[in-house]
Design a protein around this ligand. Sequence first.
Ligand code: AHR
Length: 519
Amino acid sequence: MAFALTATAAENVKATIHANEPGAKINREIYGQFSEHLGSCIYGGLWVGENSPIPNINGYRKDVFEALQALRVPVLRWPGGCFADDYHWMDGIGPKDKRPSLRNNNWGGTIEDNSFGTHEFLNLCEMLGCEPYISGNVGSGTVKEMAQWVEYMTSDGDTPMARLRRANGRDKAWKVKYFGIGNEAWGCGGNMTPEYYSDEFRKFNTYLRDYTGNRLYRIASGASDYDYDWTKVCMEKIGGRMQGISLHYYTCTGWDGSKGSATKFNTDQYYWALGKCLEIEEVIKKHKAIMDEKDPKNTIGLLVDEWGTWWDEEPGTIPGHLYQQNALRDAFVAALSLNVFHKYTDRVKMANIAQVVNVLQSMILTDQEGTGHMVLTPTYWVFQMYTPFQEATHLPVDLPTETVQCSTDYWKKKQDTKDNSTRPCPLLSASAAKTKDGSIVLALTNVSLDKAQTIDFNFAGFNAKQVSGRILTSKNVADYNDFKNPNVVAPTDFKDAKLKKGVLTVKIPAKSIVVLNIK
Ligand code: AHR
C-alpha cells in the first residue's frame, strides 16, 4: 500500500506559470524515435515489403507511416541499439535477392533477409521529413567500413562509394546529420572501458568526412544510467571531437529476472515505477554537472537516445523480441519524462524513446499474426498531444504537490534496493511553453489513483483569454489498447478548464494527463 509523504489542505492548489521568464527553445529532437532490427520493429512494423497484402507505400506499412506523420517525428535512430554493432551495412544494399541473410544474434537469433537497409531507411526519413540518426558499428566493424558508409550516404562527388550508390539507384546523396560512433560501448557494443572507447572514438572519427556540404553531428556512445565516470572520461578524452554524447535510461525494475507485467501491477509497483521514471531528473542533473564543468560553453549535447519502460515480454510472443503492451501507466512515464527533457533542453538536445513500433514502450503495435491490424498506444497519444511543445519556448511553472511513495515493505523486497531509494513520486506535474503563435501550451499530469485536484494557475507576464484542451485518461491505470478494443485509452475534449479574471482553474481527475492551449 503506497502512502503520502506530505498532505495539503483540500482547497485549490495555487500554481504560477512564469511567462515573463522564458527559458530555452525546446529542441524538437526531444521527440525523437528509435527503430532497431529487433523483433517486429522493422519487419512487420515499419516495413512489410512491396508485395505484401498489407497496404503499403513502396514497402512501408501505410497505416504506421501515416500515424508517424501525424506525430511530426523529428529524428529517427537506426539500425540499433545492440544490433548496430553487429550490422554490416554493405549486406543491406543492392538487389534484394542478392542480399545475404543474417542471424540477429542479439535479439532471439531471428533470421532476417536484409531487405531493409540504408536506402530503405534514408528514404523513409525523407518521406517522414525527419532527420536520420545512424548508429555506426564500432564493436565488430572496421574504420574503413564506417568511413565508406558515410561516403556512400553523403558524397555527391565522383567517389567510389557515391558511384556504388548511384549504381544502386540513388543519384543524389542524402543529408545525414546525426551519426553515432558506437552504441553501449560499455556492454553489447564491445565491453570497453571508457578510456579504451574514447581512443576508439578518436580513431573512427578521424576518417568520417564531411562530404558535399553535409556536416556530421558526431555522437559518442555514452553512459548507462548512473555511470557518471563514463561521461567524465569521455568529456575529458574526446572533448570537442564530439558534438553529442548519449545517455540510456530505462524505467525498469532491474536487469535480472522478471521485470513485471506491462498490464498487471499493484499500487506499490505503480508508484515505484513512476518514481523510478522521475529519477531521470537526478541522473540528467549529475551528467549535466560534469558536462557543464568540462564544457562550460555548452557545445556538446546530452542525447538521451534510449529511454522508456521495459517490462516482461507479452506471454506467447517470441522471446528476445521485447514485444510489450502499453498501459496508461506508460503514458505517465512518457509525459513525466518529456516534462523533464523540456526542463533541461539547454543541454538535452535529443531524446529517442525505445522504440517506435512493437518493441518496448512503442508508439504503435501491429498484429503479430500479420492480419494487418494496428493500434496506437497510450504513449502514442502523449506524443501526439505534446506536439505543440516542439520548438516552443520553455516556461517555468511553480506547482506545489503531495508526494507518494511505495511502501517500505515493497522496496525492501526488491532486488535493487542497494540504492536505498523508495523513489518518491509527486502526484502533480506540469510543463509549460510559449508556442510560435504566442499561445501557451500547458501539460498537466495527475498520477493519483483516486484523488482529483483543482488547481488555480496564475500567469506572470501573460494575459489569458481563451482555453481549450484534451485529456488522456481511463478507468484504470492498467488499461491499454489492443486489436479488439483499440480505443480504450485515447484523448477526448477536456471541459474542466475555466478562465476567470486571468486565472485558469483546472479540475484534473485522478489518473489523467491534460494538455491545454491558452491564448
Ligand atoms: O532498446 C533495446 C536495447 O536496449 C538496445 O538494443 C540497447 O542499446 C539497449 O540495451
